[in-house]
Write a protein that binds this ligand. Structure first.
Ligand code: GDP
Length: 424
């Protein structure tokens, strides 16, 4: 496949970074096309263990060019911290292997402030923001009130642009939230320091991608979060503020004319969900604690314990549909090895009806899981590398997912390390 997107089928944290790291070697370019530093991809390879937030997971492959597309929330402070951190572990990051779109908008210091102020105002009605400024950032982008990275090369015009933005933003900071105003000097200082760091990486990445496409180069698109967090198709309002679906990859990367050849949807062998919102197949009590510990389910950005639950076939089927996935990768199969019998949510019960179609977000509050139990395999599968060597119960589990999702499972991941994978 010359062009392929790796996307999350569920709530995120499925192991997309792990899959990108695995197959990035087959690609010339890896592009992140949406989201910001609000979630994390954990990658474990021969260079160490890394929690990536904004950097594309192709950064560890020597020949790969990594791009942050126009659709990302470009937080210069977080990105620079991440670059320095990853570099300190021996990974080379230069303007040759990392390129930032001049059309990506900058996440400004006030976006993070506004995020925190709004969560504070909402108190116990909050939506579980990671307070990285993502929602204020994207709402400003839609209002055409952000600064594009390329503006850093036009200092005079930028100063005028910022003056206008600041006047408007201070009305909100002071008038709506009673918070201190942001001064011109503060922002100028931020431009001089934080933005200066990332300036050498900024260029016309649309032109680079177009040329690569014309030359028949292979391009991999990396998403953040999963189908159920998509702004339009997810569990609104408990979604993120961008489109996590593969259909957005061409728009958010800088190649709007692209038709993706493949979409690899990453599904975790059980469910996890960070923060607030409906989660129909959620487990509680000792059962949940054990699964959380076995799977080390704690947020890469926040350290928050993730809510855990049974594999949700209703949500998975929907996730596959909205992603138009052409193949699936099932991750963390090794984690289920301790279970005698494995719970699977096959349907929802809603208003007395048994359904297999993912319902309208508000109906999720009333949906109950229909749980069936399947046999566990009760042995260590982390060393298995061939499909035939997987225990029958594990193969049946994969086939159950395939059947419900109507999509072939091409990869079965049995460990966090790069080579802990079964390719069918
Ligand atoms: P992403 O945001 O989708 O990339 O996922 P995260 O990085 O937030 O979470 C996935 C976590 O699971 C990471 O810590 C990975 O190292 C780990 N992981 C991925 N695949 C496997 C697997 O098959 N088995 C185990 N045990 N861990 C895995």
């Amino acid at each position: 496949m010359k062009t392929c997107a790796i996307v999350g089928i569920n709530w995120g944290d499925e192991g997309k970074g792990r899959m990108v790291d695995l197959i990035a070697n087959d690609y010339d370019i890896v592009v992140r096309y949406q989201g910001g530093g609000n979630a994390g991809h954990t990658v474990s390879n021969d260079m160490g263990e890394f929690a990536l937030h904004l950097l594309p997971s192709g950064i560890f492959r020597k020949e790969v060019v990594n791009i942050l597309g126009n659709g990302v929330a470009l937080d210069p402070d977080n990105l620079w911290t991440e670059i320095e951190d990853v570099r300190s572990k021996g990974v080379k990051i230069t303007p040759d292997n990392l390129k930032i779109s001049d059309r990506a908008s900058l996440l400004m210091p006030w976006h993070r402030d506004l995020d925190a102020l709004e969560e504070q105002r909402l108190a116990d009605r909050k939506y579980g923001s990671t307070k990285q400024g993502i929602a204020p950032f994207y709402s400003d982008k839609y209002q055409k009130k952000t600064v594009m990275a390329g503006e850093l090369f036009h200092p005079e015009k930028l100063r005028e642009h910022l003056k206008g933005l600041l006047e408007w933003k201070n009305l909100i900071l002071t008038g709506v939230y009673g918070a201190p105003a942001c001064s011109e000097e503060q922002i100028e200082e931020w431009i001089k320091t934080s933005c200066e760091n990332i300036k050498p990486f900024i260029c016309d990445t649309g032109a680079i991608l177009k040329k690569a496409q014309d030359e028949g180069k292979r391009i991999l698109f990396e998403a953040q979060l999963g189908s159920l967090r998509d702004l339009d198709y997810g569990i609104y309002p408990y979604t993120t503020s961008s489109n996590t679906t593969a259909a957005f990859a061409p728009i958010g990367s800088g190649l709007p004319s692209l038709k993706l050849e493949g979409v690899i949807g990453v599904v975790k062998a059980y469910s996890t969900c960070v923060g607030e919102g409906p989660f129909v197949s959620e487990m509680f009590g000792d059962e949940a604690s054990r699964l959380r510990e076995e799977g080390a389910e704690y947020g890469a950005r926040t350290g928050r314990p993730r809510r855990v639950g049974a594999l949700d076939l209703v949500a998975t089927k929907y996730g596959v549909e909205v992603q138009a996935a052409t193949a699936l990768a099932v991750t963390k199969m090794d984690i289920l090895s301790y279970m005698d019998r494995i719970p699977v949510c096959t349907h929802y019960r809603l208003n007395g009806e048994i359904i297999d179609r993912f319902p309208f977000p508000m109906d999720l509050d009333d949906a109950e899981p229909v749980i069936e139990y399947v046999d566990g395999w009760k042995c260590d599968i982390s060393g298995v590398r061939r499909w035939e060597d997987l225990p029958l119960a594990a193969r049946s589990y994969i086939e159950l997912i395939e059947k419900a999702a109507e999509c072939p499972v091409r990869y079965v991941s049995v460990g966090a390390e790069r080579d802990s994978i079964i390719i069918r």
